[in-house]
Each structure stands twice: as structure tokens, then as C-alpha cells.
Design a protein around this ligand. Structure first.
Ligand SMILES: [Zn+2]
Ligand SMILES: [Zn+2]
Length: 95
């Protein structure tokens, strides 16, 4: 199985680095989910509210038109596919 993250285009390695995202938030009766990296997923939710996601940004294509997402993708593409921790505010939660 070689799943690819629709956001950054890197490989998805099954495990803690992979997350499921509702393209339309659950609270808006969204059913369709897509797999993407945990970092990519976190980024989406840190940039956009559920309202925005349910509105104009309910497709990956729409998300990719956003400049902040584009900058993030440029950055995350240099990371190994299993990378998911250590975003700026990693705090003291380390293993
Ligand atoms: Zn990704
Ligand atoms: Zn999500």
C-alpha cells in the first residue's frame, strides 16, 4: 500500500504520523474523510476554523490554494514522511 498525503504529496506510513481528516467537519454532517499526515492535519486546523473548512475549503484543492498552506507544504516536504512532532510548540511532552 502506498498512500500519498493529498496535502503535501509525501508518502503516508501507517502509524502515529497519519491522521484522518473530515473534509467537511463532523459537526456539519461531513462523512467523507481523507488520510493525511498528522502535521498536515494539525496545520489545517490551526489555520482554519470549522466554518471555513465547511465553506470554501472543503476540498484539498481549495486548501492548496492558500498561501499559508503552500508555505507549510514547502517546509514539510523536506521532513521525513514519518515526522509528526516538534512543531514549534512541542513543549515538554516528549518521549
Ligand atoms: Zn502530508
Ligand atoms: Zn480534520
Amino acid at each position: 500500500m502506498d498512500e500519498i498525503c493529498p496535502l503535501c504529496g509525501r508518502e503516508l506510513i501507517p502509524g502515529p504520523s497519519v491522521d484522518k481528516h473530515h473534509l467537511v467537519p463532523k459537526s456539519r454532517k461531513g462523512k467523507e474523510t481523507t488520510l493525511l499526515h498528522r502535521v498536515c492535519h494539525r496545520k489545517i486546523h490551526s489555520l482554519f476554523t470549522e466554518k471555513e473548512l465547511a465553506g470554501n475549503l472543503n476540498t484539498v484543492e481549495a486548501l492548496l490554494e492558500n498561501e499559508d498552506i503552500q508555505n507549510f507544504v514547502k517546509w514539510v516536504r523536506k521532513k521525513p514522511p514519518e515526522f509528526y512532532d516538534g512543531t514549534k510548540t512541542a513543549r515538554s511532552k516528549r518521549r
